[in-house]
Design a protein around this ligand. Structure first.
Ligand SMILES: Nc1ncnc2c1ncn2[C@@H]1O[C@H](COP(=O)(O)OP(=O)(O)OP(=O)(O)O)[C@@H](O)[C@H]1O
Length: 269
């Protein structure tokens, strides 16, 4: 369904009139595929290039080189109507659930926004669909009248998820979507995501630095380190046994229960 082919990317640096600053390379020749109904974990330490790759896949950042093929169509070369259609099939849930929503809007308005933009529903149908979406993510119809500050972080992330599934997308990029939540909320949201994946036949790109969260939900995992794809596997077991330094750092970043057993790196996550 999604093919990432030879993606390289560099960010331009502003040059001074006396001195030209070369661009910063962040991704180097990344290729992989993501099949329908699969949850692929994209792991890496801070600054590895995960969000940049996520943004490129979402069509938000044009790569310096390579192609993003969504159902065979090159995301950066299609015409505007096709791009518009692909946009509804590709959704995202970001880490910061508060900044992802307009604080002045009600939950119903937030969830209903993509419907306003893409669907031609009557007001009764619109209301019914928003109610259904609220219930699908474990909230009540009455919660639709509340504004973001009246929700907990976990509840607000459920609203972001409801908005992401409103148009029945094919792929959702989950960019550190559970990272800012406490452990109990993380597990609840991960199990909600797993359930929605099954009922809606969704595919996920699960971007994270948390190997435990990835192991809970992902069917396959890959690791990027300093812009390079250094590890790809479909068996979590062998990932835990990998000797690759980037994988070892991710494993070590799982905090043992006792502080004295924790490993500290020069470049901590
Ligand atoms: N808009 C930008 N302009 C210039 N450099 C950027 C920009 N966005 C990211 N970078 C740099 O690109 C590199 C990769 O950043 P990116 O956000 O993709 O990493 P990440 O793996 O998602 O990290 P984190 O887990 O901390 O979010 C970093 O060195 C970052 O400083």
């Amino acid at each position: 369904m999604l093919e990432v082919a030879n993606i390289s990317h560099q960010y331009a640096n502003r040059s001074h009139w006396l001195r030209r600053i070369p661009p910063t390379p962040v991704l180097n020749n990344i290729s992989f595929t993501l099949e329908k109904g699969c949850c692929l974990g994209l792991l890496g330490m801070s600054g590895a290039g995960k969000s940049t790759l996520g943004n490129i896949i979402l069509g938000l950042e044009k790569p310096t080189q390579g192609q993003i093929l969504f159902e065979g169509q090159d995301l950066y070369r299609v015409n505007t109507p096709t791009r518009h259609r692909i946009r509804r099939d590709l959704q995202v849930v970001f880490q910061d659930c508060y900044s992802a929503v307009n604080p002045l809007m009600t939950a119903a308005q937030i969830i209903g926004e993509p419907l306003d933009n893409y669907e031609k529903l009557t007001s009764v149908q619109h209301k019914q669909r928003v109610k259904q979406l609220l219930e699908q993510v474990g909230l009540r119809a009455e919660d639709g009248n509340k504004r973001p500050h009246q929700f907990s972080g976990g509840q607000l992330q459920r609203i972001n998820i409801a908005r992401a599934i409103a148009l029945n997308p094919k792929l959702i990029v989950l960019d550190e979507s559970v990272s800012s939540l406490d452990m109990v909320n993380q597990m609840q949201i991960l199990s909600l995501l797993a359930e929605l994946k099954k009922t809606h036949q969704l595919s996920y790109l699960f971007v994270t630095h948390d190997i435990r969260a990835a192991m809970t939900i992902c069917d396959r995992v890959m690791v990027i380190d300093q812009g390079e794809l250094v590890y790809q596997d479909d068996m979590h077991q062998s990932m835990m046994q990998s000797n690759h330094p980037a994988v070892q750092k991710l494993i070590a970043a799982i905090l043992p229960e006792h502080p004295s057993e924790r490993i500290v790196f020069d470049h901590q996550v």
